[in-house]
Design a protein around this ligand. Structure first.
Ligand code: GLA
Length: 387
């Protein structure tokens, strides 16, 4: 049995003094490139990773849902059919949201005892919340006897995050967490939800570095970027009615619209249009094993996120700068929403461990502050088992 499941099953038994009937685990994720493009119907290139959220559960006859977590001291309680959108969005909202979203979509939901466990760092931009919600949708649907395909799990998990937790995220994190494939990154079209699993060359390793700055999507500038882009899109659509989302826009269209837009909004649009193109180029570079090109694309992505989309911060910029001179370095950029969280470093495999250590050391000697760095592996997405 998978290692994360053995642990969560044992802890479920300790906590509830009964045996779980089902268990599931889902991946945190890194995004290689294609940032702030998913909610513009664009392309993204993420991978599920071996930092996981694991859950175990057993049905209850009385319609009560009790959720405990090894990472929290309190318990989430709810009743099937009586879940209301919460006023306070804490971990309990994230834990009960999947049950609400399943009900909203018309799927059966039953009472349950559930235990949550996992090692995805919280608030680090590695999709701790998406992996929790994907794992719980997978578990809850199986408990109620209606196991669902992974993309449907992802869309229900997104509904939980958008509609119940009030976080206006796109679909990338949930799709990566649910549909990831070992050794691969997913080139995902966020309009059609079609994806291609692209093998990560064996000579390339992924190293993440945690800036130590916690990000919270709901309270960040995330929603404001969406509004800014909506204003820009409106101006483009006056001339090009066929442009449904920024994914359909070109640099020429942005140029045309620039006379009617504040410079700041032009930069936002420029990021989205250029990032979409970089994402597709990165897929080609990875298929060719072209690390110089991939590195150049990651660098351009980070610059665009910092200067045009303005979602980086000094701590992330410093990590990207420190990495650039190190042995084994192929490329680096912030990963996820930004405003803190992690950078992703593409590194020659044989150097990966040493690179991770050296980056942490060089950061400590520059700032006096220790950070976490680690090698992560592209991994499978959601897995659900009957115990
Ligand atoms: C967060 C969101 C995703 C995506 C990224 C930025 O991770 O949850 O939907 O928008 O930010 O690419």
């Amino acid at each position: 049995m998978d290692r994360p499941l053995e642990g969560v099953i044992r802890r479920f038994e300790e906590s509830f003094a009964r045996r779980p009937t089902h268990a599931a685990h889902a991946g945190g994720r890194v995004n290689l490139i294609g940032e702030h493009t998913d909610y513009h119907d664009g392309f993204v290139f993420p991978a599920a990773i071996d930092l996981r959220t694991a859950v175990a559960g057993a049905p209850r006859e009385d319609g009560v849902i009790r959720i405990r977590s090894t990472r929290a001291s309190d318990e989430a309680q709810a009743r099937v059919g009586a879940l209301r959108i919460p006023v306070v969005v804490d971990w309990r909202a994230y834990a009960t949201g999947p049950f609400w979203a399943l009900g909203e979509k018309g799927y059966p939901v039953c009472g349950a005892d559930v235990l949550v466990d996992g090692d995805v760092p919280l608030g680090g931009g590695l999709s701790s919340s998406a992996s929790l919600q994907v794992a719980l949708v997978g578990l809850a649907s199986s408990l109620a006897g209606a196991a669902l395909p992974a993309p449907e799990v992802a869309s229900i998990a997104r509904l939980a995050e958008n509609g119940y937790c009030g976080v206006p995220c796109g679909i990338m994190d949930q799709m990566a967490s649910a549909c990831g494939r070992e050794g691969h990154a997913l080139l995902l079209d966020c309009r059609t939800l079609g994806w291609e699993a692209v093998p990560v060359p064996s000579g390339w390793a992924l190293v993440i570095a945690d800036s130590g700055v916690k990000h919270a999507l709901g309270t960040s500038e995330y929603g404001r970027r969406q509004q800014e882009c909506a204003q820009g899109l409106e101006v483009i659509r006056r001339r090009h009615a066929g442009v449904r989302a920024l994914r359909d826009a070109t640099m020429e269209m942005v140029q045309e619209a620039s006379g009617e837009l504040e410079a700041r909004l032009v930069r936002r649009l420029r990021h989205v249009v250029s990032e979409n193109r970089r994402c597709l180029e990165a897929r080609d570079a990875m298929l060719r094993g072209d690390s110089p090109q991939m590195g150049a694309l990651l660098a351009a992505s980070h610059r665009s996120l910092a200067a045009d989309y303005e979602v980086s911060c000094a701590e992330l910029d410093l990590l990207v700068e420190l990495a650039a001179g190190m042995a084994g370095f192929l490329g680096a950029r912030l990963t996820g929403a930004g405003f803190g969280g992690n950078t992703i470093n593409l590194v020659a495999s044989e150097r990966a461990l040493l690179f991770a250590e050296t980056l942490a050391e060089s950061h400590a000697s520059r700032t006096g502050r220790r950070i976490d760095t680690r090698v992560v592996r592209p991994s499978d997405g959601l897995s659900v088992i009957q115990v």
